[in-house]
Design a protein around this ligand. Structure first.
Ligand code: SF4
Length: 299
């Protein structure tokens, strides 16, 4: 029987909750992983997310656990997720302009997202981070979004869009950059650069109007931080992707279901990470985007 909330086991079946917990445990005990984030697609579509979080928390009481979510339905689950042991929530929200939100997402769910953000704050997830992808459209409402985040006491991070869109429309010449955003925000706010303490943390930070409020800008394209990247990705189907842009995947799910030991799984994971490329190579001749889009890989 599949575990509750999962599709039937098949060739593309997702990992079960207990398989995910076991792999997280292996990553922590054998590979030195110090923080785990559940992304997507969308982690809230897993009805057993609370069970996954609780399982990880039971084994590792101090391991930072977070999710990146679109926050739809989070208002109903934030309390249970907090009880399960979730520490932090990153919410994807590109604009608070209702019409633009509906146009970009093809759904009239802005109220639900905002309710999710408020529920996250209410249940003590700190800091609540809002992740906004920079495009020509979202740039026009960036000031409004930062004002809203400041008023709600949540931390806004804007992210340069990468060529990971399912529609394959990304184009370097038209892409909005961190510098474009800074010049728009600086017309309305006084921004002062903060020095980055953790080199592997992706955001460049700016104090807003003298602080303590901050805004983060993730320069994933124009000032790539690949040299400091120490992340590993496990897809919902149990594949290791050493880099967002690497189409080479290592199948841990089959090995796990074949009954191999924790040590052997850890070694397979380690071997996969040795195949990590130096970086994404966006802008270099011969760059090709990965087959899977961001939504299918997980951010
Ligand atoms: S592109 Fe790859 S190497 Fe660069 S930051 Fe992203 S995952 Fe890390």
């Amino acid at each position: 029987m599949p575990e509750e909330g999962l599709p039937p086991i098949g060739s593309h079946a997702q990992l079960t909750a207990s398989e995910i917990v076991r792999l997280v445990d292996i990553a922590v005990r054998h590979l030195g992983i110090r923080e785990v984030r559940f992304t997507g697609g969308e982690p809230l579509v897993r009805r057993d997310l609370e069970k996954i979080i609780a399982g990880c928390r039971q084994l590792h009481s101090r391991l930072p656990l977070s999710i990146t979510t679109n926050a739809i339905g989070l208002d109903r689950r934030a309390g249970r997720l907090a009880e399960a042991g979730l520490d932090r929530v990153n919410i994807s929200l590109d604009t608070i302009d209702r019409d633009l939100f509906t146009r970009l997402t093809r759904r009239e769910r802005l109220s639900s997202v905002l309710a999710g953000i408020r529920a996250a704050r209410l249940h003590g997830f700190t800091p609540v981070k809002v992740n906004a992808v920079l495009t020509a459209d979202t740039l026009t409402t960036a000031v409004e979004l930062l004002e809203w985040c400041l008023a709600e006491n949540v931390y806004l991070r804007s992210i340069e869009q990468m060529p990971l869109d399912a529609e394959r429309t990304w184009n370097r010449a038209d892409a909005v950059t961190a510098d474009d955003l800074l010049s728009v925000l600086q017309r309305r706010f006084r921004l002062t650069a903060h020095s980055r303490i953790d080199r592997s943390a992706p955001a460049e930070e700016w104090a807003v109007n003298g602080g303590p409020a901050r805004v983060g800008i993730i320069t994933s394209v124009t000032r790539a931080f690949c040299a400091d990247c120490d992340r590993t990705r496990l897809t919902a189907e149990g594949m290791i992707r050493p880099c967002l842009f690497s189409d080479t995947e290592t199948d841990l799910r089959s090995a796990l279901r074949a009954g191999v030991s924790d040590k052997e799984l850890a070694q397979a994971w380690r071997d996969a990470m040795w195949r990590k490329p130096f970086g994404h190579e966006i802008g270099n001749a011969g760059f090709t985007p990965p087959v899977r889009s961001m939504g299918a890989i997980g951010g």
